[in-house]
Write a protein that binds this ligand. Sequence first.
Ligand code: DGY
Length: 326
Amino acid sequence: MNAAHKPRVLVTREVFDETLDYLRRHCEVLANQDDVPYAPEALAAAVADRDGLMCCLTDRVDAALLAAAPNLKAVANIAVGYNNIDVPACTARGVMATNTPGVLDDSTADLAWALMLGTARRITEVERRVRAGEWTGWQLKQWLGVDVHHATLGIIGMGRIGQAIARRASGFEMKVIYHNRNRIAPELERRCNAAYVSFDELLAQADFVVLQMPYNPQTHHLIGAAQLEKMKRSAILINSTRGGVVDDAALVQALRDGTIRGAGLDVFENEPKLNPGFLKLDNVVLAPHIGSSTEATRKAMAMLAAQNLVAALTGGKPPNLLNPGV
Ligand code: DGY
């Protein structure tokens, strides 16, 4: 294909060389390999003459941005979550929107487990103490944690990632309960060894409450002061899905006053500027949105986004189209 006829795409953040090589075989690529996120006006300027956009959760794709890019035909998010994209606005302009489901399920489930184990066994807290020279020797009652094995795991949001988290629980001989908008198929419940309960039952019974639902206006602050009150005082909250599903100010308060025992968090409201209250607490494990961040998984996500974009721009059907109406 002649370069002059290749579709023009913008890649908003640094991606892997193999992703760029693939894209360049099919497109004329403007790549922001400096990896400094575009401010909204700069993004609008950079996308103005583009046919395709490969973006991340740090880029807001809304009606204003779409209006600045009259040629745009497709937006490919390098993420399964797509709350950064106004999909109805894309549909209204005939722009295809895609995400990257499937390839990150296991890595994200592993990270949720790392947060569960790390919080239950106080790993980051004791590591800080060891480094500070505070460990003077073994003691029977030293830095006691809680058991993960044989505890009750409650998962809110039982999609692919929630199910992958549940399946891992069998090795720990846990009781697994879940809540989801819709009950999953009986065969999947059996595979996950999970029982469906109401939202309030889950909050009341779970030793570990793991959030794995998408973020949208319906799930905004799904966990706030009232819900934290309904949890066991010994419970641990894990958020490995999106900031915003938890009211972080209410969580800081609950961790401070012992309403719940602890929290393991990979995501925050207003990332990366997290609530400063978290930094003063020992009963919270903090991770910087690394749920899918293994080399293999991030490469797979970037490649899948690139394949979605190329398919959309070369007349094919992108494998992960969010708005088939287009
Ligand atoms: C996703 O895919 O939604 C992740 O949060 C990105 O790392």
